[in-house]
Design a protein around this ligand. Sequence first.
Ligand code: COA
Length: 163
Amino acid sequence: MTLTVRTASLDDADAITTIYNQGIADRVATLETALRTSAERREWLAQRTLRYPVIVADADGDVVGWASLNQFNPRDAYAHVVDFSIYVERGWRGRRVGTALLARLIDLARTLGYHKMTLAALPHNDAGLALYSRAGFTRVGIYHEQGQLDGRWVDVVLMEKIL
Ligand SMILES: CC(C)(COP(=O)(O)OP(=O)(O)OC[C@H]1O[C@@H](n2cnc3c(N)ncnc32)[C@H](O)[C@@H]1OP(=O)(O)O)[C@@H](O)C(=O)NCCC(=O)NCCS
């Protein structure tokens, strides 16, 4: 098996939708609860700009993960800070796909001139927190009872990496 990380195309919308919806359903990745459709993800892909790329991990022609650099805050003062997302297909988790995607995101963020990458994660996302720590992200702090998921308050862990 050859794993390639490449720029996403509109044709990847179906796979990205499936993988994102798995992450939403799992309730460990995000506070988002609304499942996506391929048409909505296609539109999302079409609207990305050069500063906010989407990449996919391709295993012999199958998309098994995706990741993106996302705007942190629209104010000019935050133009050098970038947020990001990473989602790996359920059957492929724990096989270093996330590590490969994050390494490419860090390269892209440096190339695009960002100064810092930042993220917010749920405290029970063991895989995510391990991935980020391994890549050199450090914990900034924790927002207590920051959001609601299925009617319960959840904390959010904040992490950053100066590039
Ligand atoms: C989080 C996620 C992106 C990690 O990607 P992955 O391909 O599964 O992770 P990797 O195989 O690259 O492993 C990265 C590190 O995390 C560790 N790890 C992986 N799964 C783990 C788990 N379930 N518990 C604890 N550590 C774990 C690995 O051992 C590795 O650390 P190491 O290099 O010290 O051995 C992936 O599991 C995923 O898509 N989860 C659902 C969506 C999600 O949570 N996205 C992040 C939102 S913040």
